[in-house]
Design a protein around this ligand. Structure first.
Ligand code: CS2
Length: 460
């Protein structure tokens, strides 16, 4: 038996469930990229908001290509479990905010209709860093942004909205990019200027793209997780369940084109400027995560909690966060970066969360600029080097040799070719980070850096 609206009543009493009448709520949000992260984060906040009485914020999820999530969620009427893990017994909650999942490659018209529907006010995105289809210089890569990208679907729907005299929408990016709202707005405008120039002025007048900082550690769900959750659900199978940590944070720029859920009533922060939170999160949490991933894999570890328990890597993460990243951040008045670093180390150490280093290691080319290179550049401008990040770069170069298995990165071919052609790490770094290299533009190794660490055969 699967978890579904019909079987909901038979769940054990300790499992929390939606307090609202799901069938009586309209869809107000269309979400592109309905993976585990969205289910444990924005959909979870939205469910909580509806639990407090907020109405009509059901979510239609969209997968661009893969039918996997639709197959998991639609037979369950969109219901799924969020399991918060920290000790032995996870806290379980059934989330009810997802109405259905559409697969864009199979039913493109339904996706356009969902975004164009009068009740839809927000189009949110977790399409990963590479899903924004950017060139190395940050412009839209028109080859990638083709008819199966969110740009296409949103544009087609906005045309319909404008022609029908409907209001615009808020485009809400929830991916780990610096200044994600401004970036999305710029890319979207480039897409429109090329494909629907008549829509540019309407978009500027009727749509907004707030920036957001989103945070919750969500490892990929395993078969073992699914088996454990089925047992806790009294035998009901949940193919769409997600496992996460108790912590979550969402800081949102208060710049909406129309109505929005009262997310602030359930823990989100609506602020005028997201930048200090976003910068701290990307450079400290994600920066340390990526360093632990590449250095941890090199040292033979599998999970984040194992890597951070290794004294050398613990020291590396501490140094990166406190001595390299934190000095580049101007905190918001209520933000304490030392306390933030303490909390991050504790979160990484959560032994109940099997967060694989290899999951974090993927798509390095898309992550490294905002996680490491901006920190390196800002320190270089002050005449400082960053030995921890340089060591992490060395470990990334090592990863690119195929040392940890096939390289999962949209630029894999280019990156591995550079590393194989340049066995000397200094040459490899020069080819990657300078001139027309795939990561050129944010930082380039200085003379002092060259004397510091990054030799991938060096010991950690
Ligand atoms: C991780 C993030 O996979 C990764 O690259 O660093 O997904 C991280 O777990 C989240 O950003 C935490 O909010």
């Amino acid at each position: 038996m699967r978890l579904s609206p019909e079987t909901l009543a038979s769940l054990p009493a300790e499992v929390a469930r939606p307090l609202y009448d799901r069938d009586a709520q309209a869809v107000g949000i269309v979400h592109f990229g309905i993976g585990a992260f969205h289910r444990a984060h924005q959909a979870w906040y939205t469910d909580a908001a509806m639990n407090t009485g907020d109405r009509d914020w059901m979510i239609t999820g969209v997968s661009l290509r893969s039918p996997g999530v639709a197959r998991q969620m639609n037979p369950q009427g969109g219901l799924y479990t969020v399991a918060e893990q920290s000790g032995d017994v996870p806290a379980l909650r059934i989330v009810g905010s997802v109405r259905n999942v559409l697969v864009a490659s199979e039913e493109p018209d339904a996706v356009i209709a969902a975004v164009a529907a009068p009740a839809t006010h927000i189009v949110s995105l977790t399409v990963t860093e590479k899903g924004y289809c950017r060139t190395a210089s940050g412009d839209l890569d028109f080859e990638q942004a083709h008819s199966l990208s969110f740009y296409y679907f949103v544009t087609q729907a906005l045309l319909r909205r404008r022609n029908a005299g409907l209001p615009g929408v808020t485009l809400l990016p929830c991916d780990n990019l610096a200044d994600n709202g401004a970036k999305l707005e710029r890319l979207m405008l480039q897409y429109l200027a090329r494909h629907e120039p008549d829509l540019v002025a309407w978009f500027e007048a009727h749509c907004t793209c707030p920036s957001t900082m989103i945070d919750r550690i969500v490892p990929a769900t395993t078969d073992e997780d699914r088996a454990g959750i089925a047992q806790a659900l009294g035998g009901l199978q949940d193919d769409a369940c997600v496992v996460t940590e108790p912590f979550s944070q969402w800081v949102i720029e208060d710049k909406f084109a129309g109505p929005r859920p009262k997310w602030e009533a359930v823990g989100a922060q609506l602020v005028a400027d997201v930048a200090p939170y976003e910068t701290a999160k990307l450079r400290m949490l994600n920066g340390a995560h990526s360093a632990l991933a590449y250095c941890g894999l090199k040292a033979g570890h599998t999970y984040v909690h194992e890597a951070v328990a290794d004294p050398a890597l613990h020291h590396l993460a501490e140094t990166l966060m406190r001595q390299e990243a934190a000095p580049t951040i101007t905190p918001a008045p209520n933000q304490n970066l030392a306390a933030y670093a303490d909390a991050l180390i504790a979160r990484f150490a959560n032994p109940a969360l099997n967060h694989r280093l290899i999951q974090i290691a993927m798509d390095g080319s898309q992550k490294i600029p905002q996680r490491w290179l901006e920190t390196l550049a800002e320190n270089a401008a002050q005449g400082r080097t960053c030995p921890a990040i340089l060591q992490a770069i060395a470990a990334w170069l090592h990863h690119l040799t195929g040392a940890n298995g096939p390289v999962d990165d949209p630029l894999a071919e280019k990156l591995t070719a550079i590393v194989n052609r340049n066995p000397n790490p200094h040459d490899a770094a020069t080819a990657l980070f300078t001139d027309n290299g795939p990561l050129a533009g944010t930082w380039q190794p200085t003379a002092a850096d060259r004397q510091t660490h990054y030799a991938w055969r060096m010991d950690r």
